[in-house]
Design a protein around this ligand. Structure first.
Ligand code: GLU
Length: 449
């Protein structure tokens, strides 16, 4: 739908050239640059001093070897990454992903997205991301612990409460954060609570952090629907994934009166026309660390498991891709539109391909990009940092109220910015421009660094 302004072409060309073989990063950079033509036409000062080139170039990229010993006494080698993208607004902030698909291009795309998302959240945090191609699936607790300890043995020298504050992402939850925090504490001989977020409640974590990304996505959709004079009540919702984001998006949507009819994992999807039994999903995923295919046998009649296939074939009014990047294609978007979808929000980072996004926007479907819709997770991480800095611990209710307020503000910022730039209702444009302007203003103030 959008094309790149000709003044921005050379910047994209440099990104493509400098980051050869990194298609996800190209995709993320292109999407943001496509939104910025109107800004630099109105405010040419934003392209002074190579600001746009600088914003596309990470401040620092760290790649390291992670050796560890498995339960069979064999040495395993993985690769670790931390891309410290932009610290104009605060310490680098962003999660760590453990998944076999991880490479430097994926971490770079995530760090780039994180920079604008964090800016949009209004919290004082820069953008970064890290991870490893380690696959936690099928590994014992002890193997995961040894891996996390080895990973932190290198990472610890690059992070700190005023430097870079990692958290979780795919494959990294409370267990992994605990092992990494333990090793950081041992190596530095200091209890620096604010160095990691997503910590357990027993050693400095925040209430509502686990729920925050999913809850935040549901709040964002609630605001989009309210703007159109409607709500979740009785609407059929399909949510891909069954991790932290999907589970708590489902929980909040159920409380808003929505009906969840399908969710998934990498093995396939379940459809339950009676409405998904969320307690059962939690039992399978959070307690047993099992597979969604087990759902049908535990739940009984009225539901089915579809191995492989596309969850987006299930008719719905609201679709939330909460699994991983590029999981919802142009063909899926076509099916969703034909089936009457009215709103789509990205709970995951960049789950919709550019073709899919184009199709939703053309069809007039409400579309919330990840950097707005899933910002509740990192925003609550910033609240965790606040609690750690003041050696305080807030109630669930207080933390959730702050989260709801932040999501409301993000919605308003996207909406008003889209309006201001002549594209009312275009949340992609609104999110990209509002996030960019906040980072760019700080970068201009700090000089050429
Ligand atoms: N990984 C999450 C994200 O994509 C959270 C990051 C954080 O809390 O630092 O935003």
């Amino acid at each position: 739908m959008n094309t790149i302004d000709e003044k921005l072409h050379p910047i994209l060309t440099t990104v493509l050239h400098r980051n050869a073989g990194e298609p996800e990063f190209h995709q993320a950079a292109r999407e943001v640059l496509e939104s910025l033509g109107r800004v630099i036409t109105r405010h040419p000062e934003y392209s002074d001093d190579a600001l746009l080139e600088r914003i596309c170039e990470p401040e620092r990229q760290i790649i390291f070897r992670v050796p560890w010993i498995d339960d069979n006494n064999q040495v395993q080698i993985n690769r670790g990454f931390r891309v410290q993208f932009n610290s104009a607004l605060g310490p680098y902030k962003g999660g760590i992903r453990f998944h076999p698909s991880v490479n430097v291009g994926i971490i770079k795309f995530l760090g780039f997205e994180q920079t604008f998302k964090n800016a949009l959240s209004g919290m004082p945090i820069g953008g970064g991301k890290g991870g490893s191609d380690f696959d936690p699936k099928g590994r014992s607790d002890r193997e995961v612990m040894r891996f996390c300890q080895s990973f932190m043995t290198e990472l610890h020298r690059h992070i700190g409460e005023y430097v870079d504050v990692p958290a979780g992402d795919i494959g990294v939850g409370a267990r992994e954060i605990g092992y990494m925090f333990g090793m950081y504490k041992r190596l530095n001989n200091r209890f620096e609570a604010g160095v990691l977020t997503g910590k357990g409640l027993s050693y400095g974590g925040s209430r509502a952090r686990k729920e925050a990304t999913g809850f935040g996505t549901a709040y964002f959709v609630q605001s989009m629907l309210a703007r159109q004079g409607t709500d979740f009540d009785g609407k059929r919702c399909v949510i891909s994934g069954s991790g932290n984001v999907a589970i708590y998006a489902m929980e909040k949507i159920l409380s808003f009166g929505g009906k969840i009819v399908a969710c998934s994992d990498s093995g396939g999807y379940i459809v339950d026309d009676n409405g998904i039994d969320l307690d059962l999903v939690k039992q399978i995923k959070e307690v047993r660390r099992g597979r969604m295919s087990e759902y049908v046998k535990l739940r009984g009649d009225g539901c089915r498991f579809v191995k492989g296939g596309s969850i987006w074939d299930v008719p719905c009014e609201i679709a939330l891709p909460c699994a991983t990047q590029n999981e919802l294609t142009g063909a899926d978007a076509k099916t969703l539109v034909e089936n009457g979808v009215i709103a789509v929000a990205e709970g995951a980072n960049m789950p919709c391909t550019p073709e899919a996004v184009g199709m939703f926007r053309k069809a007039g479907v409400l579309f919330a990009p990840g950097k707005a819709a899933n910002a509740g997770g990192v925003a609550t991480s910033a609240l965790e940092m606040q609690q750690n800095a003041s050696r305080d611990s807030w109630s669930f209710q207080k933390t959730e109220e702050r989260l709801a307020g932040i999501m409301h503000n993000i919605h308003e910022a996207c909406d008003q910015t889209a309006e201001e730039y002549g594209a009312p209702g275009d949340y992609v444009l609104g999110a990209n421009i509002a996030g960019f302007v906040r980072v760019a203003d700080a970068m201009r103030a700090l000089g050429v660094i």
